[in-house]
Design a protein around this ligand. Structure first.
Ligand SMILES: [Zn+2]
Length: 224
């Protein structure tokens, strides 16, 4: 398959080489409202029409170029928000995980976009990426996607002992149910700090803190 590298917004081909700036820069990394089990939840963007198209193109088209851009942006936001991370966060190198797509979705697409995004983030931050979560039962169930949105997927940790510090990446945080379910599963296996970071936040999970000045210029490599 030849991947058409077209900007999902302006439709320019080879957009990155040709200076397309449609995907906005991270706005300092909005901090999301509290989500149970999550020490800090961050999103790079509000889920507006432009960002939505980029997310959908990355998901449905498996666009590695877009996922890599999201990975860079997520890494920049984590760096910009370092002061908001819990004090002991810097003591351990966290492990990057993702909320696995349902088996149906993975089959239909031929890949798990969460895994691709987690890999992009791990590469950017120099952190390990592990498939620590799996879906528990009922994943082929019709209408499960809707149930996931409302109450979050049922997740289990694959290992008896999870790493103590974990970053959960997701494409869009809406209610926080997905990353909350991930945090519960990880904490059940011993994780003590869970940070969630998404490409975008939408719906009721509004931003409740202003962006952190120009801290985005801080070097990502200094984080761990
Ligand atoms: Zn464009």
């Amino acid at each position: 398959m030849v991947l058409m590298r077209v900007c999902p917004w302006c439709r320019r081909s080879e957009p990155w080489r040709r200076g397309c700036r449609c995907l906005p820069d991270p706005a300092g990394g909005p901090v999301l409202r509290e989500i149970v089990g999550i020490d800090l939840a961050l999103a790079v963007h509000d889920y507006d029409e432009v960002v939505r198209r980029f997310v959908l193109a990355a998901k449905n088209g498996g666009r590695e170029d877009l996922l890599r851009r999201f990975g860079v942006q997520i890494a920049a936001v984590l760096a910009a928000q370092a002061d908001n991370l819990p004090d002991s966060w810097g003591e351990r190198r966290p492990t990057v995980v993702w909320v696995p797509a349902s088996r149906d979705r993975r089959r239909r697409r031929g890949y798990d976009q969460g895994r691709l995004l987690a890999r992009a983030v791990g590469r950017e931050l120099g952190l390990p990426v592990q498939p620590l979560l799996r879906r528990a039962g009922g994943e082929a169930q019709e209408g499960r996607d809707r149930a996931d949105r409302l109450s979050g997927p049922r997740l289990r940790c694959r290992v008896g002992r999870a790493p103590s510090h974990v970053v959960v990446v997701d494409d869009v945080i809406t209610t926080g149910a997905s990353v909350g379910a991930a945090a519960a599963a990880l904490r059940g296996s011993g994780a003590v700090m869970v940070v969630a970071v998404a490409v975008a936040s939408s719906g009721s999970n509004g931003v409740n803190h202003p962006p952190v000045g120009n801290a985005g210029s801080r070097q990502v490599s200094g984080l761990w």
